[in-house]
Write a protein of this length. Structure first.
Lengths: 209, 473
């Protein structure tokens, strides 16, 4: 059994931006439940924000993900409580497969941020004014690069560098390349087994296996 | 930092080590899996040639996509069949117990765990499902996880997690007749907000909580996540132990019950435990709560007026405005009299036996309004079986309800049970997000199960306490 995996270090993400405006955008909006009836995540990208992008007859509605100018964007700029609601990892998976590598927002629902981290996607926060300015700037400069420096907790765009916040644990995990926890935790298997033996409710058969 | 709470104690008992990320590695005592979020995780395991570390601490069921009418195989819908076959394959290969539909034990994951005695005080319980907080009703530390974390738990039996703060929410006094656990949690969320619990675990306490049965406690813990709290729990007490004692797990091993009881008692919060925050709500003042908007935090008492967006905090105003437009409600109105097209009595919040019994008391001898389609979807096959034996199915069917097989059903509309067009639904479930019940124009009004029953009868949101000749005691 090999549990050796190479976990890339995520210190920087850069690319052009795409603004997604609105507070409390829940995971049902990011990926409607009917697209979750799949056994792999491949191909979820085209369904990101589906109901906000298409009407009942599958005609395109106005949405940044439909706009030509944002098709190559990889840094998404959102408002507050983004990703609330269902814990479905399909949501960040859909965004990642659409092309998103980093998200900057006012705040994120906790499970959503955790799910992003597990994919190596930073969720960086700043106050609402900063976010709105950035969204407006992206709107005017859809092809210009935004650089997210996870280690330094800064975002650089249009020749300006601003301070942002990256949760400490998240920053460390991304920067040190330890965000893929499976390999990390597998290496403690002996201690895990000991824990199992100590817990009164774990059957002896498990504890001795 | 909290100290001496159930959360602290269970955390310490399960902590393996602190990882270089600063997170703790926690041992997982029970891993529940279902068909929607696990297949991808099994796929990741396979990619890396890893095996399931603790199959005997893992338990599977099928709930989200399972049809609630015709359950013959293969399922009519190809994608549902594919997910089911994949799960069957995975549990067979790994040697994981599976409450499949032929077992008579199948049901919504958060109903079957407690029912079978798998859910116990002082366990760490995880599932790739945000309503895993339900199991906290037993004094377990239970929370929802994402697919990559499912992979971690499958591969290592552990989870990387950061410790959170603990907020004690004390509900004092006695709930008045017609007010239920569901109303308590809707009230908590509307007061503290859908993000109020971010970074916190909720400990529910106080007279009103202690006097609830396990099902009511589950309804409350279930919706912790709607208030932003990853987990919620109630300290175990005699009510908890009585429930546990009659589950198959402990009926088969009565000596285990005696053996574990001291552990359960030991992990309850100390009287002098320290909390990061304490909130007190007078339970005796509550009335039935209904939602007017599209987040579970947009709830009001049945006699209260819908708030004007401009009266709300700035960051909630635009969400409220959009919600009111979607729901077609106006500030200043109450929700009473709001037209209903569908009544859904189901979900892991409110589809256990006492929920169905209380609903039946309301519908007995009455008829569902001509313009309403009404359905009851029991939370599990066992609930269904007992309810049928008690005659509840007949009561509902005679009143004009459809009686279905167990599953998530219209809670999220992943099977054929969905709202159509802009239908408005009186729902006993936990989420009223736009599109949640299968139609993006659908409108969901969350409420307690008796209120759902009352709405089915009158065709509009109704104060169940005002229906004539009902006994709410
Ligand atoms: S009943 Fe609803 S909330 Fe509960 S597990 Fe099923 S889909 Fe999730």
């Amino acid at each position: 059994m090999s549990d050796e995996v190479d976990i890339p270090e995520v210190t920087h993400e850069s690319g052009s931006g795409v603004p997604i405006e609105g507070n409390d955008i829940d995971t049902d909006q990011i990926i409607p439940a009917r697209f979750m009836k799949v056994v792999t995540f491949d191909g979820l990208g085209e369904f990101a924000f589906f109901d906000l992008r298409f009407d009942d007859d599958d005609n395109q509605k106005e949405h940044p993900f439909n706009e030509e100018r944002y098709q190559d964007s990889s840094v998404m700029v959102v408002n507050s409580n983004f990703g609330c609601g269902s814990s479905r990892e399909h949501a960040p998976q859909a965004l990642m497969r659409w092309g998103i590598d980093a998200i900057i927002g006012e705040s994120f629902a906790e499970i959503f941020a955790g799910n992003c981290l597990a994919l190596g996607i930073p969720t960086v926060t700043a106050d609402s004014e900063t976010i709105q300015e950035l969204q407006a700037w992206v709107d005017e400069n859809p092809n210009e690069e935004i650089d997210v420096d996870i280690e330094a907790e800064t975002v650089t765009y249009g020749g300006e560098t601003i301070d942002v916040t990256v949760d400490d644990a998240q920053r460390k995990a991304l920067v040190d390349g330890i965000w893929d926890t499976t390999a990390l935790m597998k290496s403690n298997a002996g201690e895990v087994q000991k824990k199992a033996e100590e817990l009164p409710y774990v059957d002896d058969s498990t504890a001795s296996s | 930092m909290s100290e001496g709470t159930l959360y602290d104690k269970v955390w310490d008992r399960h902590k393996v080590t602190t990882l270089p990320t600063g997170q703790d590695q926690l041992f997982v005592g029970l891993h529940l899996i279902h068909e929607v979020t696990s297949p991808q995780a099994f796929g990741m395991l396979e990619e890396r040639d890893l095996e399931v570390a603790y199959p005997e601490l893992t338990h599977a069921t099928v709930d989200h996509i399972v049809p609630t009418s015709d359950q013959s195989r293969p399922y009519e819908e190809d994608s549902a069949e594919e997910m089911m076959s994949e799960l069957e394959q995975n549990v067979r290969d790994a040697g994981i117990d599976f409450s499949d539909p032929n077992s008579g034990d199948q049901g919504i994951v958060h109903v079957i765990g407690p029912e079978q005695g798998l859910t116990q005080p002082g366990k760490t319980i995880v599932c790739g499902d945000s309503h895993t907080s339900t199991h906290g009703a037993f004094g377990a530390l239970a929370f929802g996880i994402g697919t990559s974390q499912i992979r971690d738990v499958l591969a290592t039996g552990t989870l990387a997690f950061e410790k959170q703060k603990v907020r004690k929410i004390e509900i004092t006094g006695e709930l008045s007749d017609g007010v239920e656990a569901k109303d308590v949690i809707l009230e908590i969320i509307s007061r503290l907000g859908t993000e109020g619990g971010v970074g916190y675990v909720y400990e529910y306490a106080g007279e009103a909580i202690e006097s609830l049965g396990m099902e009511g406690r589950m309804s409350i813990c279930n919706m912790s996540i709607e208030g932003g709290a990853r987990a919620g729990y109630v300290n175990p007490d005699e009510t908890t132990y009585e429930w546990l004692e009659q589950t198959d797990h402990f009926q088969e091993n009565p000596e285990k019950f005696e053996e574990l009881k001291p552990y359960w008692e030991s992990i309850a919060s100390d009287d002098d435990a320290e909390y990061d925050d304490v909130v007190t709500i007078d339970g005796s003042e509550l009335e039935p709560v209904v939602t007017w908007g599209t987040t579970p935090g947009q709830g009001i008492g049945i006699s209260e007026e819908i708030p004007a967006p401009e009266d709300l905090p700035a960051d909630k105003a635009d969400t409220a405005e959009r919600a009111q437009e979607h729901m077609r409600v106006e500030p200043g109105e109450t929700m009473e009299g709001y037209d209903i097209d569908v009544a859904f009595l189901g979900s892991c919040t409110n589809a256990r036996l006492p929920d169905l019994r209380r609903g039946a008391e309301i519908v007995e001898g009455r008829q569902v309004d001509d313009d309403v389609r009404a359905l009851v979807v029991p939370g599990s096959q066992r609930v269904q079986e007992t309810a049928e034996a008690e005659g509840l199915k007949d009561i509902y069917e005679e009143a004009g309800f459809e009686w279905r097989n167990a599953g998530c059903s219209m809670c999220l509309g992943m099977n054929e049970d969905q709202l159509e067009g802009d239908e408005a639904c009186a729902s006993s479930s936990n989420r009223n997000f736009v599109g949640r019940q299968g139609s993006k124009d659908g409108r969901t009004v969350l409420m307690n199960p008796r209120m759902v029953a009352a709405a089915a009868i009158t065709g509009e949101v109704t104060d169940v306490r005002e229906l004539k000749e009902v006994n709410l005691a």
